[in-house]
Write a protein that binds this ligand. Sequence first.
Ligand SMILES: [Fe+2]
Length: 526
Amino acid sequence: MALLGYVDRPSAAPGDILRFMVSNGEAATAGVRVLRVQCGLAEPFGPGKKIHPIDDREWTCDVDQQPLLPGSCAEIPAADALPELTIATWVSPTLFHGEERNPHASWTYDLDPVGSVGVSGAQTLVALSGACALEIGEEGDARLRIRGSAVATGERLPRGTWTLVVGRVAADGRLAVSQHSIGPWTRASAAAAAAAGEHPALDVTGVVLGAGLSGRLDSPTIWRRSLTDADVDEVVRAASPRDVAADDIWSAWDFARRIASDEVEDVSAAQRHGRLVNRPTRAVTGFNWQAGTEDYRLSPSTYGAIHFHPDDVGDLDWAPSFTWHVPEDAPSGVYAAEVAVGDEREMLWFVVRPDRQRRAPIVVVLPTLTYLAYANTQLPYPDVEVRPEGFERHEDPRRAIVDTTPGIGRSLYDIHSDGSGVCYASLLRPMPDNRPDFVTDFLGGGRHLAADLYLIDWLTERGYEFDVVTDHDLHRDGLALIDDYAVLITGSHPEYTTGAMLDALLAYGERGGNLMYLGGQRLLLG
Ligand SMILES: [Fe+2]
């Protein structure tokens, strides 16, 4: 893996302590210095590279490989011993073992599956750690695994269609697994049973949902007894699996609860709540969705599914490599900690907000939400050529790092390996194309931060006094952040806007503030 890193926040105030997380392919000693960034790109890509150390201080830190572990799941603490049980869940799989990309994925462009993360091996639906697992096997069928034994239906689950999968372990050791597809056009089931022999009670040490899965899960439910065939028939037809044999439910997770969080709620008396890892997609249509609404807020119970992807990436949670204390007298502006190992450089940039006591007449709001939405994009713009005449196409080498390192996550303009859209972007991961000196190939110059630095450079060279803040600051602080300024200037592509940001900008305009909008399109409510 290349030299990569990230900062713990997009902006800091004088006096704050920033943490920097760095990873390198091998153990090494990295040189570090802090730079003031006026402009990242030299001619012909920009008006000049103007990046200077803030002082003579240089130091070193030890760096080593930090983990990239894409793939989402839910982890639930639990401890119990069960002599018998039943697991049921609705599942809509989108990729099967050995598939790098969904062959039916559609988008406006075709991508090479370079660096994509597909499905390899079994896909966990519901695993009781230390005991047994209900999963999709390598053949694409439903499988119940317990210690060394397994029983599988032998029939491939339909792709992109809801199927109820049920696994039963009886007290005498008999195993049964079945799958039931119910819909306007399908009504099929497959089942298998096997005797596993005598077994002691299953020692459950935790529950994992969706690990390695590409697809959606809805209403995973566990009973503390082996349901009868009649019970299972009822579960297939029920409005929710947890409506059947309710007194015997061990745990039942309702993903429509806490829908805006990374927590999953067990609605049984046991309350075995858990946490989502790596941001799977929430508030997606479930097995009971009837096309009656396209807004989860109007009918949350029909959006009770979670879409897990093997290439989901959230906060990487790397260990800090070094910290930097922002000096009390640091002027507002764009800064970077430059980390160097051999010939490699990683520029971990951030904004220093103005001190409350000192305000310039002008404030520049860098559109950090838009940077985040576009970061790590594979968007190739195949038909767009807007470089100035005479400019050669320039492929920034960091583009290849993005393409071949799927563990750092994709942009909101990209698709997952199963063809569904990426809809979360974390700040807490490397973004090699979100750098002050990154050249965007189809433009032949800077875009986003690298382009907004042209403005910072122009203001600086013209001798204007100005402060720099970010979307994140405006969202958090609102009008109070910008109220004192005579002029507010946006970046070149301020596209993603929160309600709080729009409220602040409208109030600023209403009270007579001068807003210079430098974007090429409207502010969108993100
Ligand atoms: Fe855009």
